[in-house]
Design a binder for this molecule. Structure first.
Ligand code: F0G
Length: 352
């Protein structure tokens, strides 16, 4: 029986680790590539979802974190720090436990989803809620890493990108070729940078014969790359991508230019519609930010930008359980019944 060993063991020859490196892993990667029936029908394409919410802490961040924490441990670090909209902090907290290190996380006050806060708490992270947004948190985290004995595990740490590029490898390994288009949500822009690197490496080595066009989507209220300027007060219900000054801005532009791709925006309303479609019609429960990729694909299709017959992969970056408030908000409360089959059947409309 083949047991998936985590991205470092599975792709060791393509990652910056030594033979002697002691790997810190929770078995991340090897996530499902799910055919999306409704999206395929709507677009006339062959659409797949790369379900990154299936990672150990529920988001794609684990791919980068296994690398970042493995490296930090190798270098003798005793503590790691990150700025986060929630998923990076959840991942850092879990992998730090694994490595017997201390984790410190800086999050924007009141702007991280409940599940993510719960993860950081239960893994014993030192949590500071900052009176500012993600961009302020990142500025602080960099300053602390520069001046104190703590190692920065945000995606400005290049080994994070190395780990995250393995998602592109998995897609090519599964499909036997790169897709025509790859669609992603964009926040700090590390992930689009990582996928583009992965696809380019496989093409350069002849594992794939081509690279896809990279399509990235920001939330309209937090779309600095689309607008071409820093957004001072970023807004969106997709709190994971509520970022006004992405660290990998230039790399995202390079991915777009080199791939003949696109960076555009989707409204919160479009994000929510895609969130509901994924859960209600594809059976895939994601957090709101993740739905930005699918919202973007649907927007582009409406604009006539999607030629039928193409193979398209949308990364859905985080698990829906991260943000339970969003799932329950505005929904009717389930009916209460006594322990009575007839009452249940009646309420379920089974009695004709
Ligand atoms: N989707 C989710 C669920 C995320 O958590 C993030 C980023 C993104 C998309 C965007 O990815 O930043 O590489 O462009 N979350 C970071 C965090 C910022 O702190 O967890 P990106």
């Amino acid at each position: 029986v083949h047991q998936w060993r985590g991205i470092i063991e599975e792709y060791r020859d393509r990652l910056p680790v030594e033979d002697t490196t002691e790997v810190v892993t929770l078995g991340e990667g090897g996530t499902p590539l799910v055919p999306a029936q409704v999206l395929s029908e709507r677009t006339g394409c062959e659409v797949y979802l790369k379900v990154e919410g299936a990672n150990p802490t529920g988001s794609f961040k684990d791919r980068g974190m296994t690398m970042a924490i493995t490296r930090a441990k190798e270098e003798g670090a005793k503590a790691v720090i990150c700025a986060s909209t929630g998923n990076t902090s959840a991942s850092a907290a879990a992998y730090a436990v694994r490595a017997r290190m201390v984790s410190a996380v800086l999050v924007p006050q009141g702007k991280i989803a409940l599940g993510k806060m719960g993860q950081a708490l239960v893994h014993g992270a030192k949590i500071l809620q900052v009176e500012g947004n993600f961009d302020d948190c990142l500025t602080l985290a960099r300053a602390l890493a520069d001046n104190y004995p703590v190692s920065l595990v945000n995606s400005v740490n290049p080994v994070r990108i190395e780990g995250q590029k393995t998602a592109a490898f998995e897609i090519v390994d599964a499909l036997g070729e790169a897709p025509d288009i790859h669609v992603l949500p964009v926040g700090n822009a590390g992930n689009i940078t990582a996928y583009w690197k992965g696809y380019r490496e496989y093409a350069a080595d002849g594992v794939a014969s081509r690279t896809p066009r990279m399509w990235g989507f920001q939330a309209s209220g937090s779309a600095p790359i689309v607008r071409g300027e820093v957004v001072k007060d970023p807004r969106t219900l997709a709190t994971a991508i509520r970022i006004g000054n992405p660290a990998s801005w230039q790399q995202a532009l390079a991915a777009r230019e080199e791939s003949g791709g696109l960076i555009d925006e989707v409204t919160d309303r479009q994000i929510l519609a895609a969130y509901r479609l994924l859960a209600g019609q594809e059976g895939v429960f994601v957090e709101p930010a993740s739905a930005a990729s699918v919202a973007g694909l649907l927007k582009a299709a409406e604009q006539g930008l999607v030629d039928p017959g193409q193979r398209i992969v949308c990364t859905v970056t985080g698990n829906g359980l991260k943000d339970p408030d969003r799932a329950t908000e505005g929904a009717p409360r389930p009916t209460v019944i006594p322990v009575d089959a007839a009452a249940a059947a009646h309420r379920l409309g089974l009695t004709g």
